[in-house]
Every structure is written in C-alpha cells, then in structure tokens.
Design a protein around this ligand. Structure first.
Ligand SMILES: [Zn+2]
Length: 344
C-alpha cells in the first residue's frame, strides 16, 4: 500500500510500505477514506533530522472497516469509523477517567510500527476502545466536520474546558489556526458571552467571526495584551485558550487572563518552562490543558455535527489526493491553506 513518509524537514514523500494487516485479535483493519494534515505535523516539517527510513505521518482519519480481529465487538466490516489522534483500550483506569491520551495500553499513530493516517490503510490496535462508528456513508457531506473529531475539534473543546469557559464568561483564543478556530466554536458552544480571537490572517479571522468570535485583536505581544485589557475593562478575560504553543503565545495567553482566570493550553509547548510564574501566582491563574483526550469527546460532539449545530469542517480550505500530500504540507507551512483534507 502507499503511505506518507517524512524523511526530514521539508522532505515528504508518498512511498510503498508493507500492507496493513490484522496482527492482534483486538485489531481492526481500516481502509482510509479521509485524512488530513495537522498543524502539529508542521513541527517536524520544519525541524526533523534527515534519516534514511523516515517516519510515517498522520494521526487523523476516517475510513471503512475492512476486517476485524477475533476479539473485536463494537465495530464490524463495512462500518464507517473515525479514529481519535491517539489509540486507547477504553477500559483502563485513565480511560475510565476520560483521559484516553494516558491509556495504559494505548499509543500514538505513525510511531513504533503503527501505521499513520496519511496512507491507504491502517492497522488499528485496541479497535473496540479506539474507533467510533459513524452513522453516515463514506461520501456523506458531513465527513469534513466528522473528520475534525479526530483532533482539532476535540482539541479546541479541550482548550475550552481547561480554560473553564462557561455561560456569561469572556474568553480569548490565542491563535487563528484550525485548532484556534475550533476553540472559537467550542467557546461559543459552552456559552461564552464574548469571544476575543487573537490573530491576523484575514481569511481565518473571517471564519472565526462566522464561528462566533465577537472581537478581533490583530496586535502581537505586549500590544495584544494591552488591547485585550482595554476591551475588558482593564481586567482581562476569564478563559484563555492557548492554541499555538510558542513561548510568545503563552506569554500573551497568561497576560490576558484576569485574576482567578484559567488558561487552557493545547498548543504543543516549544519551550521547557512556563513564563511569568510570579504574576500568575499572585493572580491565582489556573494553567491547565495538554493533549486532548479526543476519544472522550467524540460521542459528546457527534450529535452537534450530525444535526448541523457546529460546522468545524469549514476549517478545511483545501482538498487533495494522497499524491498531493507533500504539496499540502508546503501550502500549510506557507500559510496558503488553513488545513488540508486528503481524500483517498
Ligand atoms: Zn485505557
């Protein structure tokens, strides 16, 4: 079969790899119909050390179950399924607590011999815990939005929960990438009265407004903090969704939180430490977040997608084939596309 391999920074190729097959009785074999490129894939795209074997890519996909192992109970051949960006058994102590990314028997796609989502097929370990059956056909118009339940919509929702968004509260979203845009959707969905988006790309800002952003701050750094404070009576916001991961974006996120506020961080941290420890201490700022347990949120978010209350699939502004994946990386890296969907 064919799959995406990254051999080093900027070097993405579609190569022939061993066919995915059932190995464990808890596996399912999924033929991928839809995948996508993640903002987090751009970190290795800019930094990966060159290697001869490269690394498989992709952690967001929807597909059709082609075969199941003897112990699989919750999905069957022919089912259309979505996979969250980490696989998990659904039965261990952390899965029961809703923290599937810390599953004792789980792991990550495209690592340690597990297939990646940006390929023709995937062996899905722990299929009963990992996969969620979707009540749609494989060419349904809702598939782009359903695909975001793999990662970005669940991640935006996680940021909003970690930032303690709630009815009547004011929220700020740092970052206007696909996760930030889904964070706007999540904040509105959880009842935020006012949603300030910090970003400066016109196409993304326009979408943020359609998703429910009430204010836009295009400044950066100290000026952005000042502007948000101006908009909030000098206090800052109750809830901050940090959707980038840079030191600067974290500084901004902490700077716009009001005393007693909460920062939910879902951008992969690119620095060792969290800044402004003394200020945030005296302001009683809660700093929370991490990799979203997307699996925990799929059932909760699914009805809103199926009934059209949220349309996170609008973050996909480019569609390509598997052969177009290398150019999709380039387009996202050069900010020519917000998020690229791959149709197989
Ligand atoms: Zn588990």
């Amino acid at each position: 079969m064919r799959a995406t391999i990254m051999f080093g920074a900027g070097d993405v190729r579609i190569e022939t790899v061993p066919d995915a097959t059932i190995i464990e009785p808890t596996d399912a074999l999924v033929r991928v119909t839809h995948a996508c490129i993640c903002g987090s894939d751009l970190w290795p795209y800019n930094q990966l050390e060159p290697s001869e074997h490269g690394q498989r890519m992709g952690h967001e996909f929807i597909g059709v179950v082609e075969a199941i192992g003897a112990d699989v109970r919750t999905v069957k051949t022919g089912d259309v399924v979505v996979a969250p960006f980490a696989w998990s058994d659904g039965t261990c102590v952390f899965c029961h607590e809703g923290l599937h990314t810390s599953c004792l028997h789980g792991g990550w796609w495209a690592r340690d011999g597990i297939d990646g989502g940006q390929g023709e097929a995937v062996r899905v370990p722990q299929a009963d815990g990992t996969l969620v059956r979707l009540p749609v056909g494989e060419d349904d118009a809702l598939l782009p939005s359903l695909l975001t339940l793999s990662d970005v919509m669940g991640t935006g929702h996680h940021a909003a929960l970690a930032a303690r968004v709630g009815p009547g509260k004011t929220a700020a979203v740092v970052g206007d990438g696909a996760v930030g845009l889904c964070g706007v959707i999540a904040a509105k969905r959880l009842g935020a009265e006012r949603i300030i988006v910090l970003g400066r790309h016109p196409d993304r800002i326009a979408l943020a407004k359609e998703f429910g952003a009430t204010d836009v701050v295009g400044e950066r750094g100290d000026e952005a903090v000042e502007r948000v404070r101006e908009l909030t009576g000098g206090f800052g916001v109750h809830s901050v969704l940090e959707c980038v991961g840079h030191n600067q974006s974290m500084l901004t996120a902490l700077g716009v939180a009001r005393p007693g506020g909460a920062v939910g961080r879902v951008g992969l941290p690119q620095h060792e430490s969290i800044p402004t420890t003394l200020t945030t201490f005296f302001d009683n700022i809660t700093i929370s977040g991490g990799p979203a347990p997307a699996r925990a949120y799929i059932e909760e978010l699914l009805p809103d997608v199926l009934e059209g209350r949220i349309e996170p699939g609008r973050v996909f502004d480019r569609v390509t084939s598997l052969d177009g994946v290398p150019d999709g990386y380039r387009a996202m890296n050069e900010r020519q596309a917000i998020k690229v969907m791959v149709e197989l």
